[in-house]
Ligand binder design. Structure first.
Ligand code: HSE
Length: 350
């Protein structure tokens, strides 16, 4: 029996409870959710008696070996994660903001304390991508990681195209389905995708890269229904794509709406699905596809990390710092542009 605590019982935290309750396989079916930390109460929930507002109770309980941080934000979530690692507890999270900002410090703290800090759920929802990047591609030089990494914007672009919905109408549905961030500006403006590509590029290029070093982060706010229609006439869809490319000993990283032609697998990515393409110098291109947002898919990634902790399949890793100038400025970007018949220019993804 492994005792865990879930910090934050929102979309992902409650999904973790649901995923654990449904699981019939060891070791997850032997996990006991001993505490749920939340400011709210859940009087009708089967685990209502486990809900607490007192983090110290969790910290001081030596029987809790895994803390699941699904709070969001980079304030309290970071403080609690650090405290848990220092107390010798493994931390598993879906929180890309904390991973982006404090990943190095938290991974160092994990290493010093003989535990791990895992964040598979922070990128790509239910798609396993961080563990494969860390393990399966470990002996290959990665030359490109690219992804449709934001479910909300992909859902919006899909519904603007298929049903002629406005961006606002499609956003409202994405919010109702639990895909969007608390502040959907992070989705629409490309910040969420930027955090995710920074995390992936960091692992791929063995450095800590913050999204703040990405020189071009453009969202979908200026994509119009007309653009989508004109793109269709060229056999393309418009998708928000994040791209990190190796350029010599440096990297080019950007987030922008791209025209995607039907020769790319990304052309078929609809709704809130995500896809990640990893190109290794030996293996060539490998594409991962799955549900990039939502309660249960994200919870599935969290549960995969919990399982890896329990089975002892992972050890703490610490990467290098990102030296100044490693991420190239946008004037070095060699993207190919295509001009639509209304005069608007889009990068082309291939
Ligand atoms: N808002 C995010 C998205 C949630 O839409 O992809 C998953 O990270």
């Amino acid at each position: 029996m492994t005792n865990i605590a879930i910090l934050g019982f929102g979309t992902v935290g409650s999904g973790v409870y649901e995923a654990i309750s449904r699981c019939s396989k060891k070791p997850l079916n032997e996990v006991n959710i001993k505490y749920i930390l939340d400011l709210r109460t859940f009087p009708d929930h089967p685990l209502a008696d486990r809900v607490t507002t007192d983090f110290d109770k969790i910290l001081n309980d030596e029987s809790v070996s895994v803390v699941v941080e699904t709070m969001g934000g980079d304030g309290v979530a970071y403080k609690f994660s650090l405290a848990a690692l220092k107390a010798g507890k493994n931390v598993v999270t879906s929180n890309k903001a904390v991973v982006d900002k404090f990943g190095r410090e938290l991974e160092e703290a994990a290493k010093e304390n003989g535990v791990v800090y895992l964040y598979e759920a922070s990128v790509g929802g239910g798609i396993p991508i961080i563990a494969p990047l860390n393990d399966c591609f470990a002996s290959d030089d990665i030359v490109r990681v690219a992804g449709i990494l934001n479910g909300t914007t992909n859902y919006i672009l899909t519904h603007m195209q298929s049903e002629g919905k406005s961006l606002e109408e499609a956003l409202k549905s994405a919010q109702e389905l639990g895909y969007a961030e608390a502040d959907p500006h992070a989705d629409l403006a490309g910040l969420d995708s930027a955090r995710k590509i920074a995390i992936l590029a960091g692992i791929a290029f063995d450095k800590y890269i913050s999204y703040e070093s990405i020189p071009h982060i453009e969202g979908i706010e200026n994509v119009t229904s007309e653009d989508i229609r004109l793109a269709e006439q060229l056999g393309c869809v418009i998708r928000l794509v994040a791209v990190a490319k190796r350029v010599g000993d440096k990297a080019s990283i950007l987030v922008a709406p791209h025209l995607v032609g039907n020769t790319s697998l990304f052309h078929a990515i609809r709704e809130a699905f995500n896809a990640v393409s990893v190109t290794g110098s030996v293996v060539g291109e490998v594409v991962f596809y799955g549900q990039g947002a939502g309660s249960l898919p994200t919870a599935a990634a969290v549960c995969g990390d919990i399982e890896r902790v329990i089975d002892g399949k992972v050890s703490a890793r610490v990467r290098n710092n990102c030296e100044d100038g490693f991420v190239l400025s946008i004037d070095k970007d060699d993207s190919r542009f295509i001009t639509l018949s209304n005069g608007k220019k889009y990068r082309y993804f291939e």
